[in-house]
Design a protein around this ligand. Sequence first.
Ligand code: HEM
Ligand code: HEM
Length: 184
Amino acid sequence: APLGDAAAGQTASVACAACHGADGNSVAPTFPKLAGQHPDYIVKQLSNFKAHTRNDPDAAIMFGMAAPLDEPTMRNLAAYFSSQQPVKGAATDPAQITKGKAIYRGGIADRNIPACASCHGPAAQGISPLFPRLAGQHSMYVVNQLKYFQSAQRANDPAMMMRSIAKDLTEADMQAVAAYLQSL
Ligand code: HEM
Ligand code: HEM
């Protein structure tokens, strides 16, 4: 899909800054960072919020934001946020991070959980267009989303890729992998 106009996107992004940060590096851990995210993924999520097909327990706030956006405006916003420099998150408990890194890179063989890196990239930078960047993302947001995939409350992932993976993750696995991702 064609890239939007980042300058027009910056103008439109004033509506998003209170929650996602002016440059897409949100501060509050329940609001996802958008800086450096793949533009097609951003457009897909905005379209899904507008259509209410991303309908997890935290999505309602975005229904209202996405409702007035047309496709060109979504592309402009995506061009702006994807071109912003992502800021690293805070590193927390080193033992958690080590455990999370092992899951991220190698999966969990005895539960048939594949390596996250196979879809999200070796450095969690994502793979355009389908697979989002996860590096630096707030751990609380990541754990919330993994729980929503597990419970199928977030049901907008193509071919149920994340739902089939999250169903076999424990809460401790989720916390560990999220601590690792935030530290990147
Ligand atoms: C999620 C964009 C305004 C709160 C998202 C996502 C995108 C996005 C692309 C999904 C991110 C991902 O999957 O990683 C925008 C844009 C905005 C805007 C372009 C302006 C037009 C806001 C505002 C708030 C907000 C003003 C707070 C009042 C949230 C929350 C989520 C979210 C809570 C997570 C929703 C969930 O878990 O389903 N936003 N946003 N956003 N945004 Fe916004
Ligand atoms: C989305 C984590 C493995 C495909 C996500 C999201 C998280 C996540 C937190 C939501 C991102 C956001 O809202 O910004 C993980 C973890 C994995 C893993 C921790 C390993 C345990 C995989 C694998 C695949 C995959 C192996 C491919 C088979 C996807 C796709 C999405 C996604 C397609 C986007 C869903 C959508 O469009 O809404 N992942 N992932 N993930 N993941 Fe994974």
